[in-house]
Structures are given as C-alpha cells and as structure tokens.
Design a protein around this ligand. Structure first.
Ligand SMILES: C[S@@+](CC[C@H](N)C(=O)[O-])C[C@H]1O[C@@H](n2cnc3c(N)ncnc32)[C@H](O)[C@@H]1O
Length: 224
C-alpha cells in the first residue's frame, strides 16, 4: 500500500491556490511561457472544436485563451478558490466539480474536445475519469492530455507508481507539494486504448533552451 492517495493531491492544491495563480498569471513557469501553453492551444485548435471542457482548469487561463479564439469553453476544478478566481476574470464558464462527480454534475453537456493540461495527477481518479470522458461526446470527439514527459521527468525507476511532489524551481510561497502518480508512456497509451480511444497523435513539444521535450501531448480520438 502506498502512503500517498488521490486525496493528498487535493489537500495540497487547497493550500497553494494563491502562489499558483500568481505563478501562472505572471508567467513564472518558464516551460509554460516558452513551450507548453502554446503547444496545447495549437493542438486543441487543430481539431477546430466549437466547444471544449477543460478538466482541472486551475485559475482558468486555457478557457480564456480558447474563448478568445471563438471556442465556447467550460473549466472545472475541485478547488472552489480556483473557480472563484477564474470566474472573476469574466471570460468562459467555470464550475467547482471534482473528477469523481463529473457525470452527475455535468453529464448532460456535450463537447467536441475534452482537455487536461497537467491536471491528471492521481491514480484511481484518472482511471475512473477515462471511463467517463466518452459520455461527453455527441459521437466523435477528442480527449487531449498534456502531461510531464515520462522519459524526461523520471528521476526514479521507469515504472508506474506514486512519487513525492516537489516545488523545485517555484517560489518559496508554495508548500506541501502534491504527490503524483507516475505513468510510463506505454501506460498512458494503454489508458487511452483500453477505454476505446484510438491514438490520433502524440506530440513532444521541445524546450528551445534544452532541446528536450518539455511535455508530452496525447490525443485520443473517440469514434463513437
Ligand atoms: C498543475 S494544476 C493545472 C491547472 C491548469 N490545468 C493549468 O494548466 O494551469 C492541476 C489542477 O488539477 C486540479 N485537480 C486535481 N485533482 C482534481 C480532481 N480530483 N478533480 C478536479 N480537479 C482536480 C487541481 O485543483 C489543479 O487546479
């Protein structure tokens, strides 16, 4: 039994709302500024969606960005303070919903794309989520996940399992880093395939400073 659980992730984010909002809005995270923000927006827009659901939206930057490109977007997050801050910005729709409650709370809505930007961090919550996503598609749809590149963030053994969190490189205002569940690239692919998605593409956006992937983006296609 691991000492970590999906619940620890939520406890940690509850404590780190203010420094996270500042870090995202003031561009403190270099890899986001240089690579990953633009990469996820580009991949989403390539699919020409009319509507997007952003899972674990945090303070809501991606919803605002997509709305500005004419895409009706809805962000959900388990932390009410993130949703309040996101709503204050006045663009897009937001709701305080945990992954575990998505279907009862929002299951009547349909989207062309469901996206997760660095927000699939747990074990059971993520497995459960993959079962729910197809219910948000009318027929065809895409589930787009950007996450840490397993090959380039693996400091321990390259095998699935819980990892201690770290705020290395972030401001000293952050505390109690969230643990997270590491998945190999093959496991990410299997998650999509076992839940009936075809892998439409896998992108590895390069950090121009290090010439290493800053992340991996997996696009699962649901064909109904
Ligand atoms: C690293 S942040 C990413 C936020 C946002 N996607 C972005 O790109 O800035 C991870 C987010 O996932 C959310 N999250 C974690 N577990 C969740 C759960 N079970 N249900 C809903 N949101 C969750 C956290 O509250 C946090 O906002």
């Amino acid at each position: 039994m691991s000492k970590y659980s999906d619940q620890d992730i939520i406890h940690s984010w509850k404590k780190n709302v203010a420094p996270w909002v500042k870090a995202v809005r003031e561009g403190e995270i270099a890899s986001r500024r240089l690579v990953t923000n633009q990469a996820i927006v580009e991949v989403i827009l390539q699919h020409q969606p009319k509507s997007v659901l952003d899972l674990g939206c945090g303070e809501g930057w991606l919803v605002r960005e997509l709305e500005q490109s004419g895409v009706t977007s809805w962000g959900v997050d388990v932390i009410p303070e993130f949703i309040a801050v996101a709503q204050q910005a006045g663009i897009g729709r937001f709701a305080n919903i945990a992954y575990e409650n998505l279907i009862p709370a929002l299951g009547h809505e349909k989207f062309d794309v469901v996206v997760s930007n660095f927000s699939l961090l747990g074990k059971e919550s993520v497995d459960h989520l993959f079962q729910q996503i197809p219910l948000f598609f009318e027929a065809k749809g895409y589930f787009i996940v950007q996450t840490l590149h397993p090959k380039f963030c693996a400091e321990e053994k390259y095998e699935n399992g819980w990892r201690a969190g770290s705020w290395k490189g972030f401001s000293e205002k952050f505390c109690d880093p969230a643990p997270w569940y590491f998945r190999t690239l093959a496991t990410w692919k299997t998650l999509f395939l076992e839940h009936g998605f075809a892998i439409d593409k896998i992108r590895e956006p390069l950090n121009p400073q290090t010439q290493k992937p800053a992340s991996v983006i997996l696009v699962g296609e649901w064909l109904g």
